[in-house]
Design a protein around this ligand. Structure first.
Ligand SMILES: Nc1ncnc2c1ncn2[C@@H]1O[C@H](COP(=O)(O)OP(=O)(O)OP(=O)(O)O)[C@@H](O)[C@H]1O
Ligand SMILES: [Mg+2]
Length: 484
């Protein structure tokens, strides 16, 4: 019904959408069928990582796929195909590909043919070679460095896959397909683009000439079932007592900064802390790409906007936070603080929006403090550094440090309080620290979350105000007795 092929007597008559018949020729059989990818949703541990192999597709397979794909494109009318719903379009493509396979005398097993059909449908209708990776729930990041090199992060470890694109043209088309869904464009004239997949995954594309070796696509996969503090305890990212303290930090409206390196779990941790916000609080979230999933009923979600192609219409994080202040927020949650908006967040924290939170990139709580200071200075505020530090001290109660260790595991390495100033210096006090004690035979880092022995943290009064001081005392006791 879809692809009429004049001159192919053996085929059933089809509608006039097809353009030409593929020439009959013999094509070598593809290599043995690839092992199927393991089902999604595996725990992120090293043993699981080793067991998960991305489907193998050899050079021969790619050659055959290209031949069949080209014949399909010659045959099919893409404009007509676009009119069909996804299911019917898939059916049409399957019919035509099956016919091409038989005309070209490609010898394939049923399993091989099924893989090829899937791949070709994904190329024409979906995100091509990315589809099998997008379908897996155990992948945190997909990193495509040009058509030939696709990396994934599983269980905290980055690994090269054997997935590849036909060429940079196909990769660029897929990038374009992704960003056009939210009304953006990526090409030589505007080679940098942030976007989001329909499932919420965060996407960045940087194309040539800026990316020298071909279009570069980075996807932070969206996890539908966000990790909770109990999951982090289960993974050993934080001790039970540490998690309880974090819960109290969230519930007693401490102003909190979550600090950590790239992919260390900052956003995940921020999301965990928001679980302890009361149901009746009005919360406003500001993000570059909406990743947070707050469960409370009274949440307003805001997102920044990049400039249009004409360079107009940009809405920066600063604009959002400033606007927030006119929206009667009780808490402001900033997905990531990267620049001068640090000033606005601190001001919000200092003006009665207790329990506001944000994340920033830094490798230790101390570095987080100096990063904040330099972000404010670089924003052009001509304030003496002592004044900026005083402002930070007055605003921030707690810094939580996240880290990805060398074995790929993620740990909360510090829960640190900001106490005040001594002269020109900000004084901090660690409540919990993670101490690395060694490494086991499998290369996994071992360590302990240790309480520093503080039994009355500076936010004690705050906890008392929210009737949480008993829980806090118990958690700190538990930690000191080495159970936490
Ligand atoms: N404690 C943890 N244990 C295991 N996996 C985790 C943990 N924390 C986060 N992850 C996973 O790690 C990935 C990165 O997490 P997340 O997005 O929170 O990092 P991030 O620090 O915000 O990254 P970025 O710097 O890119 O914004 C996600 O897939 C998340 O599910
Ligand atoms: Mg993040």
């Amino acid at each position: 019904m879809f692809g009429k092929r004049p001159g192919t007597d053996t085929l059933s008559p089809r509608s006039p959408v097809s353009k030409a018949a593929p020439a009959a020729e013999r094509v070598a059989a593809p290599p043995p069928p690839p092992p199927a990818a393991k089902p999604a949703g595996r725990p992120a541990n090293k043993a699981a990582v080793a067991a998960i192999a991305v489907e193998t597709r050899s050079d021969g397979y790619y050659q055959i796929k290209t031949t069949i794909f080209n014949a399909l494109i010659d045959t099919i009318d893409l404009a007509q195909l676009a009119q069909l719903d996804a299911e019917s379009a898939r059916e049409e493509i399957r019919d035509i590909v099956n016919e091409i396979i038989s005309i070209k005398n490609v010898v394939m097993s049923i399993a091989e043919q099924e893989t090829l059909l899937q791949d070709i449908c994904n190329d024409v209708l979906g995100y091509g070679p990315l589809e099998p990776l997008l379908a897996r729930d155990d992948i945190a990041d997909i990193m495509v460095n040009g058509a030939e090199r696709v990396f994934i992060e599983v269980g905290g470890k980055v690994q090269l896959t054997n997935i590849r694109f036909r060429d940079n043209g196909q990769l660029m088309n897929i990038c374009q397909r992704i960003v056009s869904q939210i009304g953006r464009r990526v090409d030589e004239s505007s080679p940098i683009c942030d976007a989001r997949l329909p499932d919420g995954s965060r996407v960045n594309v940087i194309a040539p000439p800026l990316a020298i070796d071909g279009p570069t696509l980075t996807i932070r996969k969206f996890k539908k079932d966000k990790l909770k503090l109990t999951d982090l305890v289960r993974f050993g990212s934080i001790s039970e007592a540490g998690a309880k303290v974090l819960e109290i930090v969230g519930a007693s409206r401490c102003n909190t900064i979550i600090s950590g390196g790239t992919g260390s779990g900052k956003t995940t941790l921020l999301n965990c802390l928001t679980a302890y916000i009361e149901q009746d609080e009005r919360v406003i979230t500001c993000e570059d790409a909406a990743e947070l999933q707050l469960q409370q009923p009274h949440v307003v979600r805001l997102e920044t906007r990049p400039p249009s192609l004409e360079g107009t219409g940009e809405i920066k994080m600063r604009d959002l936070i400033k606007n927030c202040l006119r929206m009667r927020p009780e808490r402001i949650i900033v997905g990531e603080v990267r620049g001068p908006e640090a000033f606005d967040l601190l001001q919000a924290m200092n003006t009665g929006h207790d329990g506001s939170m944000g994340t920033l990139h830094a490798n230790s709580p101390r570095e987080a403090l100096s990063r904040m200071e330099s972000m404010i200075t670089m924003g052009g505020y001509a304030l003496p550094s002592k004044t900026i530090r005083e402002m930070i001290c007055a605003a921030v109660d707690v810094i939580v440090q996240a880290a990805r260790l060398r074995d790929g595991s993620r740990r909360i390495t510090h829960i640190t309080e900001v106490l005040g100033m001594e002269g020109e210096v900000i004084v901090t006090q660690d409540l919990f620290v993670y101490e690395i004690t060694g490494e086991d035979e499998q290369g996994r880092v071992s360590g302990v979350h240790r309480s520093t022995g503080i039994s009355r943290p500076a936010f004690w009064e705050r906890a008392r105000y929210f009737n949480l001081e008993r829980d806090l005392a118990m958690a700190l006791d538990q930690a000191q007795q080495g159970q936490g």
